[in-house]
Design a binder for this molecule. Structure first.
Ligand code: PLP
Length: 469
């Protein structure tokens, strides 16, 4: 067993324990052997054993009882698998997520996993030219931390753009971060304290789960569909039944469903959260990538209370994720956010911020976005057509109005984690839907990323993927 790659080792142990439960070797209510016993008996690292147990928790087969151990749940508990987790639940240890992030960066795989744009459609050469010019004329950018809240020129450029989308702020309200992820982590840190409850959309952007675990928060999942976005009736009843401290939501082009909230839904979402006192962490990282004629407006543009919405975004999905330049905006909480930024990272790389500031200031960004939206609309349409052509007719695929991911629902019973491994062996990276929720309710779904120009190789890859699905 120990000769297997680590990623498969924990799955092998999880499957083995699962089979023992199915055979009745462990029955409902039984305690499983402890992590240490499994480690000693099977000669598997403690971390790998813990990952296997977290996987079984995620499948709804066992539960962890603090200071006691892991217990087998009744078989019918897996009925929960089809629903979102309605009770506030701690997030289990990250499982396949780390492995997926590594696979997304593996240049040997056909890239349909990570949401990363091809260098062919982002202006890497222009950004590099600006970088060289800055380094030649102001080499001291490397010798300073820069202001903790961020480079003043970049904050000005971002504030100008925000005003054009209806968010009337000043540069002082902007705090520069290391990408949108860091923006959300700072916002969560300011809006909540450990032990608080956060509502997330289900399915969610997978990396939100380990982030909330890191912040020591409890999570409630609320259904989200590609047509309607977050289910506001469900959110309302959750908020009436228990305290909710924050809601993480993408109102404009959600990942992975692609949903855009209607204006009425945005107003209702703001009203529900205002009534229960929850802050909104708005993830608008795909907001600029609409295929239609009008940018979907952010929640931050219509919120009336100054600190109700923490608006988070970055340049990772429009320019270059490698720059790690993002931002968080709150009219009422920018001092707290700047303090949190200082505590987490002191400051952001000055060179990277200046590159983005110059690119924005010169008007090149707007021209680039126009080309990018056009390219992405075509790439998404081609990938969608290939899915429709190669996958069985029972597969359902979203038709997003922006962004660059497709969410594909396969036959119930499909194991997306196993499919992810088979695809990887066939040289293709995808995202298994299983990682997009706390329960295995999306275990039969996959996410296909369309960040690269469509070629024969992608068409052939989609055919192979359909063959191993
Ligand atoms: C919905 C969503 N939010 C946030 C991020 C993270 O963005 P960044 O790379 O700027 O941290 C991603 C990246 O995949 C994403 O898809």
């Amino acid at each position: 067993m120990s000769a297997q790659p680590v990623a498969r080792l924990y799955l092998a142990l999880a499957n083995d324990l699962s089979a023992m439960i199915a055979r009745g070797a462990y029955r409902e209510g039984d305690r499983l052997p402890s992590v240490r016993m499994l480690h000693e008996e099977r000669g598997i690292a403690i971390g790998t054993v813990s990952q296997a147990l977290a996987e079984l928790e995620r499948r709804g087969a066992i539960e962890a009882r603090p200071r006691s151990g892991y217990y087998v749940l009744p078989v019918h508990a897996t009925a929960r698998d089809t629903r979102a987790s309605e009770r506030a639940t701690p997030v289990p240890l990250p499982h396949v997520t780390d492995d997926f992030v590594m696979a997304s960066a593996d240049a040997a795989l056909l890239p349909m996993g990570g949401t990363v744009l091809s260098p062919a459609i982002v202006p890497v050469a222009a950004l590099a030219r600006i970088g060289r010019r800055i380094l030649a004329s102001q080499p001291d950018v490397l010798a300073t931390y820069g202001p903790p809240a961020g480079d003043p020129a970049l904050r000005r450029e971002i504030a100008k753009r925000m005003v054009t989308i209806g968010v009337g702020i000043s540069p002082d309200d902007v705090v520069i971060t290391s990408g949108c992820m860091n923006a959300m982590r700072l916002a969560i840190g300011v809006a909540t304290k450990p032990g608080d409850t956060v509502v997330i959309e289900s399915p969610t952007f997978f990396a939100v789960l380990p982030m909330l675990r890191d912040a020591g928060l409890l999570v409630i999942e609320v259904d989200a569909t590609s047509e309607q976005g977050i289910d506001l009736d469900a959110l309302e009843s959750v908020a009436e039944a228990q305290p909710v401290h924050a809601v993480i939501v993408s109102a404009s082009i959600q990942n992975p469903t692609g949903a855009v909230l209607s204006d009425a839904a945005k107003h209702r979402l703001l009203a529900i959260t205002r009534r229960c006192g929850a802050r909104i962490i708005e993830d608008d990282v795909y907001g600029e990538l609409y295929f239609g004629t009008q940018r979907p407006g952010p929640l931050a543009a219509i919120a009336t209370a100054v600190d109700q919405v923490f608006y988070c975004s970055s340049f990772s999905k429009t320019l270059a994720p490698g720059l790690r330049v993002g931002y968080v905006i709150s009219r009422g909480a920018h001092h707290a956010l700047a303090r949190a930024k200082l505590a987490h990272t002191i400051a952001s790389p000055v060179l990277n911020q200046r590159i983005v500031a110059e690119f924005l200031g010169g008007g090149a960004y707007e021209r680039h976005l126009r080309r990018l939206r056009h390219a992405l609309a075509q790439q998404v349409a081609s990938a969608r057509a290939a899915i429709v052509q190669h996958f069985p007719r029972t597969a359902r695929v979203t038709a997003p109005v922006g962004g660059f991911v497709l969410w594909v629902e396969l036959e119930p019973g499909t194991d997306s984690l196993a499919l992810y491994q088979r695809a990887r062996q066939a040289g293709i990276s995808i995202l298994p839907g299983a990682v997009c929720a706390l329960t295995p309710r999306f275990a039969h779904c996959i996410r296909i990323s369309c960040g690269h120009p469509w070629t024969q190789a992608f068409d052939a890859g989609m055919r192979v993927l359909a063959g191993v699905a």
